[in-house]
Write a protein that binds this ligand. Structure first.
Ligand code: SAH
Length: 370
């Protein structure tokens, strides 16, 4: 990396783009000691200070240099909606004029922030409204950690973000480096200091990136399963054509080796008449018997022009009972914030699509046929 500082105010270095290691390298590069990194992290993430001149344990000269040549930029909150259940959705505008969404879900004793990783999404899961928006680009580290920074600033001292789920817009493992750097900051004792049990990354199953993640970053892992046969999963989660169930579950088994008490959370959206039969539940028991698992059944949240319907509560209960009787830990996700379109799969932002996704999908299909 080259940290040559810009002479003028143009091209400032956004220090929110660095995790601790990156910041240490930055300070060494400009002739400072590496411990400046922890000092800066504390000011920004623990004290919420955005003005370099207030960082009193940095030398005057360094404060001036940072003020002239660096920035602490986050995406800007342009809209806030508060649901009847207290869930808050923020629309944030990025520097390139796109919009992403971040959701805060308050519960007794905790507050969960659902964070976006990309502008739009390049995967075309058929039941997800983000997918309908197309894809623009990966978010930077600053734009990812900036969602937490902006949320905590907006919430003030009365409410605290205690948990983060990378379950907003986008596929986090397709933006690997920036997402890992942001999660490092979430867990860094000098930044947000959240425990690894309180930071969860959710993936549709980008298998090679799952192995890489296991090597470099110990966070909780959730996998969007949604179907128990390759035939159906190919349709609902098309990335399954590239990384089928057998490979996906092998990557899950590799991840649980990190600790003996570890379990993978499998997310399963309940779609009426599609994946919600008792047979499906029994097949899930067989499929997951070799993976330490927790199952999270998600009632489908509808969005305009979606052709699916949510399973009835009877069907969801029947499904849960089969799993429960087989000894599997199963929860039903409570739908939160649906009156402001803040529920799972309803986040859309404003995305200038660059993906020409339909073309790509045809290509994936023809690759498979070849
Ligand atoms: N791309 C990642 C993270 C984003 S989605 C992933 O696929 O895991 C977060 C969760 O919401 C996923 O489990 C996703 O499948 C689910 N979801 C998407 N659309 C939904 C909808 N309309 N109703 C309910 N859950 C949905």
């Amino acid at each position: 990396m080259n940290f040559a500082l810009a002479p003028a105010k143009l091209n400032r270095i956004n220090l929110l783009d660095f995790d601790r290691k990156g910041l240490e390298a930055f300070f060494v590069e400009i002739g400072e000691k590496p411990f400046r990194a922890t000092q800066l992290l504390k000011w920004v993430y623990q004290e919420g200070v955005e003005d370099f001149s207030q960082m009193s344990n940095l030398s005057k000269a360094l404060r001036t240099q940072l003020a002239e040549q660096c920035s602490l930029d986050t995406p800007e909150i342009v809209l806030e909606q508060i649901a009847s259940d207290g869930t808050r959705k923020w629309v944030l505008e990025t520097s390139c004029g796109n919009r992403i969404e971040t959701v805060f879900i308050p519960e007794e004793g905790r507050g969960t922030l659902c964070v976006s990783s990309q502008i739009g999404c390049a995967l075309a899961c058929t039941f997800c409204s983000t997918a309908q928006q197309g894809f623009n680009r990966n978010l930077t580290t600053a734009e990812i950690i900036g969602q937490l920074f902006a949320a905590q600033k907006r919430l003030g001292s009365s409410q605290k973000v205690t948990n983060v789920v990378m379950m907003g817009m986008g596929e986090p493992l397709l933006n690997f480096d920036n997402v890992v750097a942001a999660m490092n900051l979430m867990m860094d004792d000098f930044a947000y200091g959240l425990s690894k049990r309180r930071v969860t990354i959710s993936t549709s199953g980008i298998v090679p990136a799952m192995y890489r993640l296991t090597e470099v970053c110990d966070v909780s892992l959730a996998v969007s399963l949604h179907a128990v046969t390759d035939e159906l999963r190919n349709e609902l989660v098309p990335i399954n054509k590239k990384y089928p169930l057998k490979e996906l579950l092998a990557a899950c088994r590799d991840n649980v080796k990190l600790s003996p008490r570890r379990r993978i959370t499998f997310e399963y959206v309940m779609l009426e008449g599609i994946n919600d039969s008792v047979q499906d539940a029994k097949a899930m028991v067989r499929l997951l018997k070799t993976v330490p698992s927790k199952i999270n059944l998600i009632p489908f949240n509808p969005f305009p022009n979606s052709s699916y319907r949510c399973s009835s509560s009877d069907a969801i209960d029947r499904f849960r009972t089969v799993l429960h009787n087989a000894g599997m830990i199963t929860t039903i996700r409570k739908t939160r914030g649906d009156d402001i379109d803040a529920a799972c799969g309803q986040l859309v932002g404003k995305v200038q699509d660059k993906s020409r996704r339909h073309l790509k999908l045809q290509l994936v299909g023809s690759e498979r046929a070849a």
